[in-house]
Design a protein around this ligand. Structure first.
Ligand code: IPE
Ligand code: IPE
Ligand code: MG
Length: 254
């Protein structure tokens, strides 16, 4: 794990110096620090979330431009319900607004769209906007965008185990047939390769219940910058650092 905030891009040619072959295929981001950013600006926490939404737009567009295959963004965790009701109301409203306002970009950039997480606790309006966005994007063939909303890694594994148990109960699967592949394909991320690069903003060195199964061999990159401060240059630093990592997957040097 590296705190790369002091590193400078290797060239001055910006993101175009990144070779397509060295880019991560799947990037997952824990977008953290909205509240801290707002506090440093003397603003209410929710202003940090509003600013964070602008950064989401920027990063989605840039990843699509760079032809990243898949981008997963942690928007709201199953543990975030512990927050005060006014903040929750604001976050849900913001999500609904984001889903409506981003449809144009998703269409223009041919972005595939999906969500990860339990639907049950989400307000009907948010659910409606998710379904409508999925419908509008269903013919798209470009970058995949997954928004993790009411998502928890342990809950995801519990849901997968429940579904597998039902298959066994119905006689469709034997216990011996339960493999890593069966588990992977029972997760919300079925069909999506594991993240190559996991980015976390705002400096915390923890996973916070994000993609527990899927990040077993992801490269982790943490920046001190909060999410509202994060920009294309930071994404570029993360990608440059990723390109220098030696991935071994438990084996010897490649
Ligand atoms: C991340 O920012 C957004 C969500 C978790 C919804 P935070 O709201 O967690 O910001 P900090 O960590 O309190 O600064
Ligand atoms: C993780 O951030 C969840 C999201 C970014 C949506 P948190 O702010 O909830 O994580 P903790 O509480 O600091 O671990
Ligand atoms: Mg936080």
């Amino acid at each position: 794990m590296a705190l790369s905030r002091t590193e400078k891009p290797k060239t001055t040619r910006g993101q175009d110096s990144l070779k397509p072959g060295s880019l991560p295929a799947h990037v997952a981001i824990i977008m953290d620090g909205n509240g801290r950013w707002a506090r440093t600006q003397g603003l209410p926490r929710v202003e940090g979330h509003a600013r964070g939404m602008d950064v989401v737009r920027l990063i989605v567009e840039e990843c699509s431009r760079l032809k990243i295959e898949h981008l997963t963004l942690f928007c709201f965790s199953s543990e975030n319900w512990k927050r005060p009701q006014p903040e929750l109301d604001f976050l849900m409203q913001l999500l609904g607004r984001y889903l409506v306002s981003e449809r144009k970009l998703l269409a223009e950039k041919n972005i595939r769209f999906g969500t990860l997480g339990r639907k049950d606790q989400l307000p009907a309006e948010v659910l409606g906007e998710i379904e409508e966005t999925k419908r509008l994007c269903r013919e798209n063939t470009g970058m995949g965008l997954s928004l993790a909303i009411n998502y928890g890694g342990r809950g995801e594994i519990a849901d997968a185990v429940r579904n597998i148990a039902k298959q066994v109960q119905l006689g469709k699967l034997t216990p011996e047939e339960i493999s890593e592949e069966v588990i992977s394909s029972s997760l919300y991320t079925a069909g999506i390769p594991d993240p190559d690069l996991l980015i976390r903003t705002a400096g915390e060195m923890r996973i916070s219940n994000f993609l527990l199964w899927q990040v077993s061999y992801s490269e982790i990159w943490v920046t001190e910058k909060t999410w509202p401060e994060f920009g294309i240059a930071d994404l570029q630093l993360a990608f440059q650092d990723f390109a220098r990592r030696e991935r071994k997957f438990g084996g010897l040097n490649s």
